[in-house]
Design a protein around this ligand. Structure first.
Ligand code: ATP
Length: 424
């Protein structure tokens, strides 16, 4: 339908980016291909008024597929159509961009110029395997446009950049390259690796960390890429490759994977396995916080802020070292469950996890014991019960309920009847 609508208007329509790559990959692999994210580019205008072609095409499609939601991003002349959890389509996202013809002063009716316009669009992309287009409109519908050797690289299983400056221009491409390499089991092509190392050695951290004020978009993209990596099943291999390339320096110049950090990430893995059902945890964010928590305390909050983590994360990383000292010094001396609860319930779950993975075994075990067995125990009576028992509502309620909880935790009272007796 999209190509018919484009043809009606005399435009070319291309499928570009990841979907083309995944289609070509699927040809050589078995199994079903699921593409939920489709990027289309409209190109080949006859009128300068057609610069909003992507938006117009998306609007026309929405008239036909009325259950799709339309989003328009005016500044970039792009539009998105979204189908959310449609029973037949599941969730589907189609981005429609307009190739930037304003760069091309020649009449676009000339086929060579049309081709060069889509070529330029593809040239701005990150890797050859992501820089192919499939023509969807006639004539020559179904033709693959592969100006930079993407297909050969797919077959050779390699990640190759389009130009030497690519990683200087956009350091998040280093993270993208690693993500694709690990995800597909590809190698980073030798030159590309050299360009990556060059970009890193030329002070990529300074640029990404200062970018917060200058170009926050770079930090947003870095966070997005980190999220993709850290929530993927292959996160560990990806981190190791990033480290190997020195690319963790984009997070902080002193960050690298040493034995301690690997042990902490391993303990986090155990922790997530233990508590994932009980608590709703954001795995990627905790992994990132473990990495940041490995930096010297004075850098942590700044790095978290640069990466635009939430206020809760920033606050947690800012005060982690004091909280850790308190727990390390107090917890080993506490024996009764109520004492342990009274100390640890002050901290949120993520803080306790961050402290646990950094703790000596004895401390860690007590934190895990708290999270598994103690944290969710409630007092056997509540405020209403106290009222019924004749207590007048007052701030004392909290103290009474706390005492009840402590007695319950320490096994002094076992049921509601004993709780009432305890209060009497
Ligand atoms: P995935 O399957 O992981 O979503 P994708 O290739 O579709 O992979 P997107 O992040 O959706 O990844 O990006 C879509 C396309 O946009 C890419 O295929 C690439 O051509 C281009 N692209 C995305 N990010 C960049 C970047 N930082 N620099 C250059 N091109 C990019």
């Amino acid at each position: 339908t999209a190509s018919k609508e484009a043809e009606k208007r005399g435009w070319h329509l291309y499928l570009v980016g990841g979907a083309v790559r995944d289609l070509l990959l699927a040809e050589t692999e078995t199994g079903t291909l699921m593409i939920n994210d489709i990027d289309l580019v409209v190109d080949g205008f006859h009128k300068s008024a057609d610069v909003g072609a992507g938006v117009e095409l998306a609007k026309a499609l929405q008239q036909i597929y009325t259950n799709a939601r339309l989003e328009i991003h005016g500044a970039f002349q792009t539009a998105a159509l979204l189908w959310h959890k449609d029973p037949e389509l599941d969730s589907l996202w189609i981005d429609i961009a307009t190739s930037r013809t304003e760069f091309y002063p020649y009449p676009a009716a000339n086929p060579e110029v049309e081709a060069s316009s889509i070529r330029q669009d593809l040239y701005r992309r990150d890797f050859t395997i992501n820089a192919m287009a499939l023509r969807l409109t006639s004539p020559r519908a179904g033709e693959l446009l592969d100006f930079f050797g993407g297909l050969i690289d797919l077959q050779a299983k390699q990640i190759r950049t389009l130009h030497a400056n690519s990683f200087i221009e956009d350091p998040t491409r280093i993270y993208r390259g690693v993500r694709f390499a690990v995800r597909f089991g590809f190698a980073i092509e030798q030159r590309t690796e050299e360009y990556i190392r060059y970009a890193i050695n030329s002070g990529v951290y300074d640029r990404t960390s200062q970018a917060n004020t200058k170009t926050p978009a770079l930090q947003t993209r870095l966070k997005t890429e980190l999220k993709h990596i850290l929530e993927a099943p292959y996160w560990q291999a990806a981190l190791e490759l990033l480290d190997n390339l020195g690319a963790l320096q984009c997070i902080h110049s002193s960050l690298s994977l040493d034995g301690d950090i690997l042990q902490e990430l391993h303990l986090l893995k155990i922790c997530l396995r233990k508590f994932d059902k009980q608590y709703n945890l954001q795995h990627w964010q905790l992994r990132l916080e473990v990495l940041i928590a490995h930096l010297e305390p004075k850098y942590r909050a700044k790095v978290a802020k640069n990466l635009q983590l939430g206020d809760d994360s920033i606050a947690r990383l800012k005060t982690l070292s004091e909280m850790q000292t308190t727990v390390f010094t107090s917890l080993p001396n506490l024996q009764s469950p109520s004492q342990i609860v009274n100390l640890l319930r002050k901290y949120d779950l993520q803080t306790l996890i961050l402290i646990a993975v950094k703790s000596p075994r004895k401390v860690r075990r007590k934190i895990w014991y708290f999270l598994t067995n103690l944290a969710n125990i409630q007092p056997l009576l509540n405020g209403n019960d106290l009222k019924q028992l004749g207590y007048k509502p007052s701030p004392l309620y909290k103290q009474i309920l706390d005492d009840l909880l402590s007695a319950t935790l320490d096994g002094i009272i076992k049921d509601e009847a004993e709780a009432r007796e305890f209060l009497a």
